[in-house]
Design a protein around this ligand. Sequence first.
Ligand code: ASN
Length: 315
Amino acid sequence: MMSTSELKAKLGDYHSRLSSRDLQIAMKVHTHVRRYLGDYLFKEGFTEIPPVILSPMTDPLNHPTLDPVFSCYGYRYQLTKSMIFHKQLALLNQPKIFCFSPNLRFEPTERAESGRHLFEFTQLDLEIRDARREDAMALLEGMYTGLMAYSKKELASELKEMGRDLKVPKSPFKKISYAEAYEQYGASFESDLSKEMYEPFWIIDIPLSAREFYDYEDPEQEGILRDMDLIYPEGFGEASSGGEREYEHHRIVERIQKKEQDVNDYEILLEMASKGLYASAGFGIGIERLVRYICGFSRIEAAAMFPKIPGQLCI
Ligand code: ASN
C-alpha cells in the first residue's frame, strides 16, 4: 500500500503530465491513427463491431497473466484479453470485421521494464472470412505504409517537434521464419532483429509451443502454424500478431488437448464451432505501440493518456 504522501506525489505527477506538450502530441497522433485506420478499413468494405469487455470466454494467451473472474447473475465472467473468439463469431454475420478493442492483461510486474507493456491497451483487431495468412499480411502492409506516408504529411510539424524522422517502408516486407530467426539469434531473436532492422519485417511460421491453440496448424508442416508477427524496426519490437484460425470443432478440440488445456474451459467456443464457423485469417495491431513508434517515444506510457503500467497504481 502507498502512504498518503506517496499517493499525493504520484497524483501530482499525473496532474502535470496531463498538461504536457508530449501528451498533447501523442493524443493528436492517436486521433489521426485511429481515424486513418478506421477509414482505410471502411473503404476496404469492413464492418466495425463494438468491443466486448466482459465475457465467459476470452483468449487464453500463451503466457501467464493474473485473471480476475467476476461472478455475475450466477455466471463466471472474465475481462477480455483479446476478442479472438468473438471475431470468429462475428464472421457469421459479416465477411470482414474490425474493432478498436480494449484488452486487459494483468501482466507480471517485471513486464513494466520492457517499456512495451500496458495492462490495459487497445488493439485494432480484425478478421476476414475465407482469407489466407497472405491476404491479412498484404492488408496490414498497405495500412502500415499508407499510415506512415499520411503521418509524415499530416503530422509533419508534430514529428519535427519530436525530432522524429519517420520512414515509409517498401512493401513487400521481409519475411523470416521463426526457426531461421531462432537459429541465428537464439531466444532474444525478436528484440535483436528489431534493433538491427531499419524496415518492419515479418516473423512467420511460429511453432505451436509459442502460440495459442487457435492459430491454424499448417497441414504440410506438423507443429508449425500459418501465423505471423509484424515487428517494428529501430528496436521498437512487436507491432502485430495474427494468422489463419482453427475453425472446425474436432481440430479445435485436438489443438486444446495438444496445448494440455482443459476442453471444459472452452465449452462455449466448442458449442459454437459444432454449429459451424468460417475459415478465416486476421490480426491485431496495438494502438499505443503504433503511436509510440510514430512519435519515437522511448516508453509506451508516453503514448497513452491514462497509461496502465504493470505493478503500479494507475488512474
Ligand atoms: N489479436 C490477435 C490475433 O488476431 C490475438 C491476440 O491479441 N492475442 O491473432
